[in-house]
Design a protein around this ligand. Sequence first.
Ligand SMILES: *Cc1c(COP(=O)(O)O)cnc(C)c1O
Ligand SMILES: [Zn+2]
Length: 423
Amino acid sequence: MSTNLRYELRCRECQTRWGNQPISFCQNCFAPLEVAYDWDRIGKEVSKDKIAGRATNLWRYKELLPLPDNYDGSTPAGFTPLLKAAKLGETVRSRSLYLKNDAVCFPTLSFKDRVVAVALTQARHFGFDVVSCSSTGNLANAVAAQAARAGLKACIFIPADLEPAKVLGTQVYGAQIVRIDGNYDHVNRLCSQIADKHRWGFVNVNLRPYYAEGSKTVGYEIAEQLGWRLPDNIVVPMAGGSLITKIYKAFKELIDLGFVEEKQVKFFGAQATGCSPISVAVKSGRNEIEPQKPQTIARSLAIGNPADGFYAAKTILGSGGWAEDATDPEIVEGMTLLAESEGVFTETAGGVTVAVARKLYVQGRIRPDETTVLCITGNGLKTTDALADKFDTVEPIPPKLAAFEQFLETQFSGARAAGKGAA
Ligand SMILES: *Cc1c(COP(=O)(O)O)cnc(C)c1O
Ligand SMILES: [Zn+2]
């Protein structure tokens, strides 16, 4: 490193270093910036034992993240369960299947709590009073909640057609919502213009390089929870395409630090058929992304012009992985399959991941004996509208034993057989 910094921004293309400031593009060549670290120094400071002795949240990886001195690590985001998924495994014919369950990430039940936790440390460090974002829903919830705790004002930009639970789950924290008549790509363009004009900290615009690093913690945790081993395959839902590239970066850093054995993990990307610019690129063997107009129930993944699409496609193709997409009915089926087999209620994005994983097993791209992790990134209670027509309304019965016995006769035949003799 040219300077004395533990980390700083570096251009992904021309490699120019930019110190630490709220910018996301190289002022020379306009390529995106990412955070580069002084690994010689960090390698001497951190060890697996040190990490293992710390609290079970994402701050346990503090040396590997772009955190300012004196950051406030009091919000215990991250370190979500890694669940062995034996029953789902039976269905898709896998003998070693795991779920990384960010449906229960603290505080707002999606993996976006991770990126916001990191971004807000820098927002405070740079002295922003107002934090903001363009969001497909989960980011809105995470920014609103964590800004409230940090004592920052929040102004959140969303497409007008977002799920009601995600709108309410933003407003409840006292955040100002701005609903935009347009899709996410319109919202995002507007936010870039606002960020040029107002001195606000947009977590996924001018703070984007720092924000994106928060996603690495998904990768660190998976490796640590597997006993400091890497899986053979990982299936990751893609919106802007950042998460998948950052899990790749996390695995590579752990290999370089000597924390895990070197292994070529295959990366599989999952998108909705109605918004699949990255999957389409991968399937045609290209990194170049052709923007789409989103039309899918998986609104949290509905980014038609993904900021990191190029790098996501490159990561997938370079790893020997693949990308697939799932239609709306397949997404709903994925959600119910996961709930019925593993007791995990995920949102539409998780339905995409499960449905895509299923296809990858059928296609033989993922094999039964390989250890595979599915990234479940959000909670089903936020997208109940997707299941609105799925279940029959259960008619009430009188509070009488006879009425119940009749109910049992006529409607609950499977359980009646199972319950016989128990009395
Ligand atoms: C944002 C989001 C993603 C994808 O994140 P990117 O880094 O933009 O690709 C996946 N799942 C859920 C639930 C999300 O909210
Ligand atoms: Zn550059």
